[in-house]
Each structure stands twice: as structure tokens, then as C-alpha cells.
Design a protein. Structure first.
Length: 342
């Protein structure tokens, strides 16, 4: 392609990727049962993980050459990445060709966030999602295999106080474990001033223990919430949804919104604008992709930015139309969620 041809991440189904999910590490300090086995996983060797410099260079190629407008830092647990504040500062200095700062978001389990959130916001973080599945200490321990509920709640309070807005909370419901807490979580979110989103459990756990019959579906979540709340569809929310995975509902006549991410029963692949970079520099066009494109090798071999960008374009062209979870031939990806970046 001639150097002067502007590049965009368009796939063969006409979707344009503008949101880059970057996994900063595959390591984690929790062991959520729907994500990781109790003993953890064989972590990526340090020399395979992209350095800050490499990561900022790849992100810069995305923002400056390929139309990336937003970035979300995730993992594993991104707060475990040494020097995260410095990395956020460097990513926040990137500019699109039009001179705009790309939106910068973080998804975290919230442990240790209380003492870091202000520095992250000062470094240029715009938005934050924190994961919390239960308000009960014993259930938290059962679900995450760690006794850290108080740390997470402290992190959420600090995020709200920091002014990052809206603070979004991700909850996965597990049948017979925390599904009865769904209405309590909504009431709590209203009180604390955060936007709660329930995510259907997806087949991305390292143990391959996901069973469709165990998954709490979006319909069931609606039924659980209807016991205490009226969820109202607001046409303005629908019009503003775009590529957002969550379908939002107003809680009664209040301004509170609750989101439902029906990734399995109501896939939103047709509107997907995401592309993913793993912490070891592999590009993935979908959480469920079974193929990856290596960007770390060419980067370390000295390939020029423009050539890396063209590789990236070719990878995105091959993005499949959907995740295929509901096809009989579906095969779970080899990498678990924690190593892809959720
Ligand atoms: N450690 C951070 C956290 O938990 O927020 C970031 C990474 S985690 C993989 C990102 C999100 O994926 C979390 O909200 C988590 O609840 C969700 N998640 C993990 N495994 C999942 C699964 N099997 N199905 C649905 N969501 C899952
Ligand atoms: Fe860790 Fe997040 Fe996976 Fe839980 S969901 S084990 S916090 S990476």
C-alpha cells in the first residue's frame, strides 16, 4: 500500500474497529471461579510481555495511523502491572491525527485502587470499571477464593470520590452462589452512585467448566430484578447504545440505570468495534478468536510503524462475523479470559 493511503481497521463485514483493549498482564491476585483455577495459571515469562515502551509504540500506531479512538487497559489484573501510573501518563499523551486525546479506561478488580485512583486520574485516566459480584464477605470468598471484599468496596468508594464518572461495576451472576443478590446489588449501586452491569457468564474460563445450563441468562436476570424493581427501556438509551455491549434500563422512575450484557443469549457482534492486544503482543479480533497475529516479533525485529500498521489492517480484515458460542461447532479459545484481557 502506498504510504500516503490512510489506513483504517475495517473488517470484511463492514465493521470498523476504533476501540483497543490492551491486556497489561495475565497475572491476578483473585481467583474468580468463572475465570481462573484455584492454583492460578502458568504466567507468561517476563521477557515475552511487552515493555511499556513497546506497548506505547503499538498503541501509538493504533491511535496515529489506524483510527483507534478509545483504549481500555485490562488483564489479568492491570493494577499489578508495575508503574501503571507512568504507563497511563504515556498513553494519555498520544494524539489522533485530528489532535484529540484518545479515551482511556481501566477495568480492575479494585484491590489497592483506593490509594491509586487519584494518581491514575491525574495521569490521564478518563473512566473506570470495577468488578464486584457480591456484597457478602463469605460469598466473595467463595467466588474469588480470597477475603478481599473490604478492599474492593474501599476502591469503589475512592473511585466515586475521585470524580471519574460514571464508575461502572461489572457483575457476573452464578447460579446458586450470588444470583439471589441481584436486587441487593442494584439497590446498593443506586445508593453508592455507580452504574451496575450484569454480564452473562461466558465460556472463557481456563478450566473449561462453563455449562450453558448453569449460566444465569439475561432473561433470568430480568426476572430476578422484577421481584423488586421495574426496569424501563428508555428510547434515548437505545439510540445512544452504539457499540456498547450493555443494554441499559432505567430503574423505575429514578435516574439510575442498570445494564445487562447478554453476550451469549443476545450477541452484539454485528456492532462490535473492538480489537484486542494481549500483554505478549498478540493481536486478537475477538475474545473468542482462535487465531492471533503476532505484533511483538515484527516490533522486536525492527519493523517500521507503517508496516506494522499494515499487518494490523490485514488481521482485522479477517475478523469473523460473530463469536459462534451458539453454534454446535463452537470451540473455546485456547487462551483464557485472564490472558486475553476482558
Ligand atoms: N481483573 C480485572 C477485573 O476482574 O475486572 C480485569 C480483567 S477481567 C478478565 C474483566 C472482566 O471480565 C471482569 O468484569 C470479569 O468479571 C469478567 N469475566 C471474567 N471471566 C468471565 C466469564 N467467564 N464470563 C463473563 N465475564 C467474565
Ligand atoms: Fe482476576 Fe479479573 Fe479473572 Fe477475577 S475476573 S480472576 S479479578 S482477572
Amino acid at each position: 500500500m502506498p504510504e500516503s493511503t490512510p489506513l483504517r481497521l475495517v473488517d470484511s463485514h463492514g465493521r470498523v474497529a476504533t476501540d483497543l483493549r490492551i491486556s497489561l498482564t495475565d497475572r491476578c491476585n483473585l481467583r474468580c471461579t468463572y475465570c481462573m483455577p484455584a492454583e492460578g495459571l502458568p504466567w507468561l515469562p517476563k521477557d515475552e510481555v511487552l515493555s511499556d515502551e513497546e506497548l506505547v509504540r503499538l498503541a501509538g500506531i493504533g491511535v496515529e495511523h489506524l483510527g483507534i479512538l478509545t483504549m481500555r487497559l485490562t488483564g489479568g489484573e492491570p493494577l499489578l502491572r508495575p508503574g501503571l501510573e507512568g504507563l497511563v501518563e504515556k498513553l494519555a499523551r498520544l494524539r489522533t491525527p485530528a489532535g484529540h486525546k484518545p479515551g482511556l479506561a481501566l477495568t480492575t478488580n479494585g484491590i489497592g485502587l483506593a490509594r491509586r485512583v487519584d494518581a491514575l486520574a491525574d495521569a490521564g485516566l478518563d473512566r473506570i470499571n470495577i468488578s464486584l459480584d457480591t456484597l457478602d464477605q463469605q460469598t466473595f470468598q467463595t467466588l474469588t477464593r480470597r477475603d478481599r471484599l473490604a478492599d474492593v468496596l474501599e476502591g469503589i468508594d475512592a473511585a466515586v470520590a475521585s470524580g471519574l464518572s460514571p464508575v461502572k461495576i461489572n457483575s457476573v451472576l452464578m447460579r446458586g452462589v450470588n444470583d439471589h443478590e441481584a436486587p441487593d446489588l442494584v439497590a446498593w449501586a443506586g445508593k453508592v452512585g455507580v452504574q451496575l452491569r450484569f454480564i452473562e457468564q461466558m465460556p472463557l474460563d481456563a478450566q473449561h467448566g462453563w455449562r450453558r445450563s448453569d449460566m444465569v441468562t439475561a432473561d433470568e436476570i430480568h426476572a430476578l430484578l422484577a421481584e423488586r424493581f421495574e426496569l424501563v427501556e428508555d428510547p434515548a438509551d437505545r439510540a445512544a447504545r452504539g457499540a456498547a455491549p450493555a443494554e441499559l434500563f432505567r430503574v423505575g422512575s429514578t435516574p439510575q440505570r442498570v445494564g445487562i450484557i447478554a453476550a451469549v443469549t443476545k450477541p452484539f457482534c454485528g456492532a462490535c468495534d473492538r480489537v484486542r492486544l494481549t500483554s505478549d503482543g498478540q493481536l486478537r479480533t475477538c475474545l473468542f478468536a482462535r487465531e492471533e497475529s503476532d505484533l511483538r516479533g515484527p516490533l522486536r525485529d525492527g519493523m517500521a510503524d507503517r508496516d506494522i500498521a499494515e499487518r494490523w489492517v490485514i488481521a482485522v480484515q479477517g475478523k469473523l462475523p460473530g463469536h459462534g458460542i451458539n453454534d454446535p461447532s463452537f470451540l473455546q479459545p485456547d487462551r483464557p479470559m485472564s490472558a486475553i484481557g476482558g
